[in-house]
Ligand binder design. Structure first.
Ligand code: SME
Length: 165
């Protein structure tokens, strides 16, 4: 446990969250369209944050009642390409429009598993005013992996992303 903790801290030190936010902002300015921006952000976060193992967007389906559809993502394909509000961590975050962090997904009673390797997850809503546009969903294969710095980065990123909608 101590070894795990110190390894975790070592890798945390190597992440420059301010650089990551700047890189994401550059992507938002330079991408040809929002699909491309979201795709590049997924790739960036998956590459730069060692405890992120799947990064993707779910967007509110404008043609369906309270449904999320899978948008750009980086990582293994998921069977959860459509999620109803209220279902799983993504659906619950869609209902509340609030950040949902699970540091141990095995303890969740309302959870949709994408891979047996996943142990923790964060979902951050993208809001334009009061309206839910979508969310960013991140899985980690480590328990207790989601940090306050992750949350802050993702909240800032989602605020900027909302401007593209
Ligand atoms: N675990 C999510 C489903 C999406 S996958 O993680 C890609 C959930 O419980 O809503």
């Amino acid at each position: 446990m101590l070894t795990q903790l110190s390894l975790f801290r070592m890798s945390e030190k190597e992440i420059s969250y301010s650089q990551l936010l700047k890189k994401s902002q550059r992507i938002l300015q330079e991408a040809a369209d929002r699909e491309e921006a979201m795709q590049h952000i997924c790739t960036l976060l998956l590459r730069e944050i060692p405890h992120f193992d799947w990064v993707g967007f779910y967007l509110v389906d404008p043609l369906a009642e309270k449904q999320l559809i899978l948008g750009p993502y980086a990582g293994e394909p998921t069977e959860h390409t459509r999620i109803a509000f209220g279902q799983g961590i993504c659906g619950q975050a869609a209902d509340t429009k609030e950040v949902f962090i699970s540091q141990d997904v095995s303890a969740e009673s309302n959870y949709l598993s994408c891979s047996p390797d996943v142990q923790s997850e964060i979902v951050v809503p993208i809001l334009k005013g009061e309206e839910l546009i979508g969310e960013i969903d991140i899985d980690s294969n480590q328990r207790n992996a989601i940090t306050e710095q992750d949350r802050e980065l993702l909240v800032a990123l989602c605020e900027e992303l909302a401007e593209l909608f």
